[in-house]
Write a protein that binds this ligand. Structure first.
Ligand SMILES: [Mg+2]
Length: 301
């Protein structure tokens, strides 16, 4: 991908700045949509570390088997009950910490809103390498769900640490942070972002999306989706077979290699590599024409 003709950078709010087309071959960079929790940062490990430190338990990341933390909660509450029976000072400790029993999912979700979590969390292994090498080739969008408090701290943490930890030239660090409430569907949001870029630039950007939750990988307009399993089997990382637009991977190293591979191609070559792209583009064109003809908004679905 030759970015020499790049003229429309995306700003921090996800909007495209004014576009100046220098010639008919002008193309935006491809877009990389990155989930944050357990793709960019080691959320699962940090949650388990904090729970184990607080309750002297021996949970592992493998215990996060379900999106609702069922196995973690069962093991943790069972451990706490045993400790309460065998260790009288444990009850005092829980009272001091204002812990209400049994531990619930909302207790665990609250942890990602705390200063303790954000002082302990770190980039996942290989993320810094990926970021440093892809920032030249892709427009990077971090796209993540959370509570307002979680999203605010997450955005600040990324802003502070991307420069400090990735050894990337500060002037090169440009990205978009899309923080979504927990009930907003990422795939729908990604379709909207791609549609807006198309409407503003008449260019249909090539996109790659990486997420560790399979249910987030259903955008209609996205070209390639990568399910990052992190070498774990959970109820939220099981992929349906037979999808041409989906790769399943276990490590960020594999993801990085794949993103780098596609970053080498120009638009014509990418269109040959992704025959499905033609179908997606045609649907897009029809939708936009319909909007123009009827004057009504049509979502891409
Ligand atoms: Mg995630």
């Amino acid at each position: 991908m030759n970015n020499a003709n790049q003229t429309n950078e995306l700003n921090q709010t996800g909007q495209t700045d004014q576009v100046t087309k220098t010639n008919k071959h002008t193309r935006p960079r491809p877009i990389l949509f990155l989930d944050v929790d357990d793709v960019v940062i080691n959320t699962a490990e940090t949650l388990i570390q904090i729970l184990n430190e607080q309750f002297h338990s021996t949970l592992t990341v493998e215990d996060i088997k379900e999106w609702n933390f069922n196995t973690v909660l069962t093991k943790l509450n069972s451990h706490i009950n045993t400790e309460l029976t065998n260790n009288p000072s444990f009850k005092e400790q829980l009272t001091k910490q204002n812990v209400t029993l049994p531990i619930t999912k909302s207790f665990i979700l609250h942890i990602v809103e705390t200063g303790e979590f954000w002082s302990k969390v770190a980039f996942k292994e290989d993320f810094c390498f990926l970021f440093k090498n892809m920032i030249h080739k892709y427009n990077i969008y971090f796209i993540t769900n959370g509570t307002q408090k979680n999203l605010t701290i997450k955005e600040n943490w990324l802003s502070d640490n991307l420069y400090l930890k990735t050894e990337t030239n500060k002037n090169l660090i440009q990205y978009n942070f899309i923080g979504l409430p927990s009930n907003v569907d990422k795939s729908v949001e990604i379709d909207k972002i791609i549609k807006n870029i198309y409407l503003e630039t008449s260019i249909f950007p090539f996109t790659i999306q990486v997420d560790d939750n399979y249910s987030n990988l259903h955008s209609r307009a996205g070209d390639l989706k990568i399910l990052l399993k992190n070498n774990r089997e959970t109820d939220y990382n099981q992929a349906e077979g037979g999808r041409e637009d989906l790769y399943v991977m276990n490590t960020l190293k594999e993801v990085s290699d794949t993103i780098w591979f596609y970053g080498k191609y120009d638009y014509k070559e990418l269109e040959e590599l992704f025959p499905l792209r033609e179908v997606i583009k045609n649907t897009f064109y029809k939708m936009v024409k319909l909007e123009k003809d009827t004057g009504k908004k049509h979502e891409f679905k």
